[in-house]
Design a protein around this ligand. Sequence first.
Ligand code: PHE
Length: 445
Amino acid sequence: MSSRDSFSGRFGIIAAAVGSAIGLGNVWRFPYVCGEYGGGAFLLIYLLCVVLMGLPIMLAEFSIGRRAQSNAYRAFRKLSPAKPWYLIGVMGIVAAFVILSFYSAVGGWTIEYFIRSVSDNMSGDHAQQFKNFIATSYLPLIYQFIFIALSFAIVMLGVKKGIESSSKILMPLLLLLLLILCIRSVTMDGASEGLIFLLKPDFSKITIDSVLCAMGQAFFSLSLGMGCMITYGSYIKRNENLTYIAGMVAGADTLIALLAGIAIFPAAMALGIQPDSGPGLVFITLPGMFEQITGGMVFSTCFFLLLSIAAITSAISLLEVIVSFCVEELHIKRKPATLLVSLCVFLLGTICSLSLGIIPELSLFGKSFFDLMDFSSSNLLLPIGGLFIAIYVGWIMKKRFTARELTEGGVKNYLFIRLFFFLIRYIAPIAIIVVFISRLLRSDL
Ligand code: PHE
């Protein structure tokens, strides 16, 4: 995407943004944090966060990008030259590195599980198998390397065509497969308990930690708060409706997360797996369910293949944020830039992987390096980025510029514009600040 041309029409940009949003965040991270923080209550807060913060901030990012026609860093330099707002772009680059470090590890796990499915090597005690895999061998590093190498190759070849065509075909397939898994999951013996866990909010389980994590999960899953959607916004043509595109992306993303929840919790309960089993939840539950499906191996192969691809399309959107900064701002050529960035990601990623496995000493503040990267990116970096983006669009960027982005090719309704400004000026920033302060007041880390 070195020349700033547009995607091929509305569907192209939706496919690309959906490709970034839908990934491990929906199928791996959503169920595991939802399970850890109480199921239904978490889901409810998550949905609120998507509507009250996620959607307005996504629109804000699109507006900045389309107005400035550039990546996040340059956008703020162009729109507010003498001010340090460009630091949002810098923070986004840091966030992209941090996320990629653990994302690539989990991406590697999905590739490993794909290969296991193909070779029909998945029976036995799944929890133990997963533990053996991540905790006792160097194998995860090899798969992490493969995951990064695949993403690297696509970024180096230029992403546009790759993301567009893969998202167009593969996302609907992922949706279909998840639907089938949902049906199987809810029809297992003892499944209803899992459905109740996911859909019936138990308000006594709401703590400030669960609110912080639900908010962080919304930012993570929608790829917000780090400039990714600013860059995509710059590729959206003037005659396109930003609200429609943001609605489609957020809607598709939330649907996939919900389906992943419905596919996983009932099956987990039916198989006697605790919903708070942590990052391994999906990798323990689904293989158990595939065993109970006729032709499970075929389903398993397709599922982990599609999930690996969904993970790669998200990873390349993260890589692209860093690489385009190196190319457009530091004037490094695309190939060496991509190679250098991928190498750095692999180094950081290695520490993440090893901290869950053979070198558990790699920990800080009582958390493994993996958990620390996972926690700090979603629950700190992205919401802080989102906070500043909301403040920027709500209070700094001229209101008429934003209104123009929203109305051109889009909604001309006065009430809608007012609602947007209300959310972006007050609700989103205040909510983020309140959550942060309440969490800090509970002083223990
Ligand atoms: N949204 C992606 C996912 O759900 C992860 C991601 C986060 C991608 C931030 C880009 C930016 O898997």
